[in-house]
Design a protein around this ligand. Structure first.
Ligand SMILES: Cc1cc2nc3c(=O)[nH]c(=O)nc-3n(C[C@H](O)[C@H](O)[C@H](O)COP(=O)(O)OP(=O)(O)OC[C@H]3O[C@@H](n4cnc5c(N)ncnc54)[C@H](O)[C@@H]3O)c2cc1C
Length: 384
């Protein structure tokens, strides 16, 4: 077969995973990343079983597992520390074959980057437009290039999505702003999320003594505060142990804050001609189910599988198969993630919170686990 060339727009988790998947199936890949260099980005991440199985399909599962920490027993709590629901990691392993994994985002990114073929990554390359019929990709300030397949992995504010689906509304604010940081504490910390009134605090061990924490509050978009860590301490400093200790150990400069946006109007298709969208470009979702990156990696694996052994002329048809396999599942997960935010972090009415908490305590652990497994129990497709 003559050489087939895929251009991947965006060097985030989704774009790198797509390039690795396509390369494994014999494609020449070029990743065009707007940033002048790929830095140490973000804080921590939870990779659910589906994400780990997708990474296994890319040949990277063992490396990732060696970098992260399997979920320690944990679950959902109130702001006082009362358990609402507990996850038994051993039971989860029995059900799914593997637990979830906490990992530093930069480590996941590095493992994906290291799996790229030499010379595939082009930083400082900003894509401005694409022709879905010819595969012509246009770059700011330099000559464009032509590809048999163009992967739009350019994130939440995707240029390719805006160009090819101009009538789809842009991402909508989900009503929440979230702080994130990584800190170090020399004591065991369970993986857990605690809910207050319109607030949530989560903690995930990610290796060594490092703990990734996140804190979310319902707020108008564009909130500004003079000191991010002080703002978190104001809101969460009197929550249950070990939250005050985690905040006390956090270097102020490590705290990031993000207003959460999602694609509230789902796309009618993820593909057009020779272009496929993937990751946040296709289905930006709120982080309440910890599935955004996982879905991006699943997209990448499925894209690789449907394009395996396909000649350049067969790309549009292969992409239609990708759309059929990926859109229903990823859009269902995006909806469920938003719903989880409304039911959990965003709930403010004290009576509704009391009813929710009582119901959660009554749900048997086995049932709660099966609910969690609903989206995490995914298997990669067999390649052609
Ligand atoms: C607070 C928070 C917590 C989260 N927690 C989790 C979690 O625990 N588990 C999980 O699975 N997910 C989580 N997510 C979601 C996850 O981070 C995202 O879904 C995932 O990173 C999306 O990856 P991506 O590659 O699609 O997009 P991005 O990571 O946004 O990458 C897009 C890339 O494209 C580049 N780019 C953009 N435009 C252009 C252009 N025109 N030309 C060239 N390059 C361009 C950008 O510079 C960027 O590098 C969380 C998200 C948030 C906000």
């Amino acid at each position: 077969m003559t050489e087939r060339h895929a251009v991947v727009v965006g060097g985030g988790i989704g774009g790198l995973a797509a390039a690795v998947a396509l390369h494994r199936h014999g494609w020449r890949v070029s990743v065009l990343e707007r940033a002048p260099q790929l830095g140490e980005v973000g804080a921590g991440l939870t990779l659910m079983t589906n994400a780990l199985r997708a990474l296994d399909a890319l040949g990277l599962g063992d490396t990732i597992r060696s970098q992260g920490v399997p979920d320690t027993p944990g679950g959902l709590r109130t702001s006082t520390g009362r358990w609402l629901s507990r996850v038994d990691a051993a039971e989860m392993t029995r059900l799914l074959g593997t637990t979830a994994l906490g990992i530093h985002r930069a480590e996941l990114h590095r493992v994906l980057r290291d799996a790229l073929p030499t010379g595939a990554l082009h930083t400082g390359s900003e894509v401005t437009d694409v022709d879905p019929d010819t595969g012509e990709v246009y770059l700011r300030g330099s000559a464009g290039l032509r590809a048999d397949l163009v992967v739009g992995a350019d994130g939440l504010r995707s240029v390719l999505r805006a160009r090819l689906w101009p009538t789809t509304p842009p991402p909508a604010y989900a009503g929440t702003t979230a702080w994130r940081a990584v800190t170090t504490v020399a004591r065991p910390v369970p993986t857990a999320i605690s809910w207050g009134r319109g607030t949530e605090f989560g903690m995930v061990p990610i290796g060594g003594d490092r703990i990734y924490w996140f804190a979310a509050v319902t707020a108008p978009p564009g909130l500004t505060v003079p000191d991010e860590l002080a703002a978190v301490r104001d809101r969460f400093g009197d929550w249950h142990d070990p939250i005050p200790a985690l905040l006390a150990a956090t270097p102020p400069e490590s705290v990031l804050r993000t207003d959460l946006y999602h694609l509230a109007t789902p796309l009618p298709s993820y593909v057009r001609g020779r272009v496929a969208l993937l990751g946040d470009a296709a289905h930006a979702m709120t982080p309440n189910l910890g599935q955004g990156a996982g879905q991006a990696i699943e997209d990448a694996v499925v894209l690789g599988a449907v394009c395996a052994g396909v000649p350049a002329t067969g790309v549009p048809e292969a992409l239609r198969a990708y759309d059929r396999q990926r859109r229903p599942r990823s859009q269902a997960i995006a909806r469920a993630s938003y719903g989880m935010g409304r039911f959990g972090q965003q709930l403010r009415n004290p009576a509704a919170i009391a009813v929710r908490n009582t119901l959660m305590r009554l749900v048997p652990a086995r049932v709660a686990l099966r609910n969690m497994a609903r989206y995490a129990d995914w298997h990669p497709p067999a390649s052609r």
